[in-house]
Every structure is written in structure tokens, then in C-alpha cells.
Design a binder for this molecule. Structure first.
Ligand code: FES
Ligand code: FES
Length: 132
């Protein structure tokens, strides 16, 4: 039911693991299925220098996490914040309709990691949906 690109990211997920001295950490769970994603970021000069994730979830959640981390690595915090789950699904060349919501996990966890970083810097939190 998954396309080749999704299977590739599911079987060989990029950027898995933990960053011990992370500048920001974000965790998000899906209350419907109990799946969890945790994201670690290293930030330098407003750029996401490194990102790693741990996802305990379905194939779609893992593939989305892998793709999302690829898409935001090397980007500014603003660009990373603007990454939507829709863009992740597009980059994966589609998910089965019943699995599209699984990709929201990655977007949300990245947002939380960015806001965790901002909090540690004494910066105001960015708000969901309404931009920054
Ligand atoms: Fe369980 Fe995605 S939340 S199917
Ligand atoms: Fe839970 Fe997909 S089944 S995120």
C-alpha cells in the first residue's frame, strides 16, 4: 500500500537517533494510536545544523519523520517552521489517504523542538497555524 519512496524511507530512515547535547527537543504523540515522535535539533546561526529523530510508530509515521528531517536539515528555523505535513507527503510522492494524518506527527514534533530551542534562548514562542 506504500509507494517505493515511502518504503525506502521506512526501511532506511534518515537521521534516526539522538543528539545528546541538543539545543532543542520536541516530542509529539498521536492520541489515536499512541505513536510517538521525538526530535532533537542542533542550531547554529539560526540554521538547523543537525537533526535526529526517534519514532515509535507506523510505517507512514517513520517515513514522514525521515523525510521531514531531510527537508529541514540545513534550513533556517523559519523555513523549518513553515514545513507543512502536506509538503512532507508531497516529497514522499503520496501516502495512502488513511495514513496522511500520520505525517502530522513530524510537523508537530519539529515545531516543538524549535519552540524548545527558542525557550532556551529566552525568545518568545511561535504559534501554531498563525505563522510566527
Ligand atoms: Fe493510527 Fe495514524 S493515528 S493510523
Ligand atoms: Fe500512528 Fe500512523 S498509525 S502515526
Amino acid at each position: 500500500m506504500y509507494n517505493e519512496k515511502v518504503m525506502d524511507h521506512f526501511e532506511n530512515p534518515r537521521n534516526t537517533g539522538v543528539i545528546k547535547d541538543a539545543d532543542g527537543i520536541g516530542e509529539e504523540g498521536n492520541p489515536q494510536c499512541g505513536d510517538i515522535m521525538k526530535v532533537f535539533i542542533k542550531v547554529k546561526d539560526n540554521i538547523i545544523e543537525d537533526i535526529k529523530f526517534q519514532t515509535f510508530g507506523c510505517g507512514a509515521a517513520i517515513a514522514s519523520s525521515s523525510m521531514a528531517t531531510e527537508l529541514v536539515k540545513g534550513k533556517t528555523l523559519e523555513e523549518a517552521w513553515d514545513l507543512s505535513n502536506k509538503a512532507v507527503v508531497e516529497a514522499l510522492e503520496g501516502l495512502p489517504p488513511a495514513k496522511v494524518h500520520c505525517s502530522v506527527l513530524a510537523e508537530d514534533a519539529i515545531h516543538r523542538a524549535i519552540n524548545d530551542y527558542r525557550k532556551k534562548q529566552g525568545l518568545p514562542q511561535w504559534e501554531e497555524k498563525s505563522g510566527k
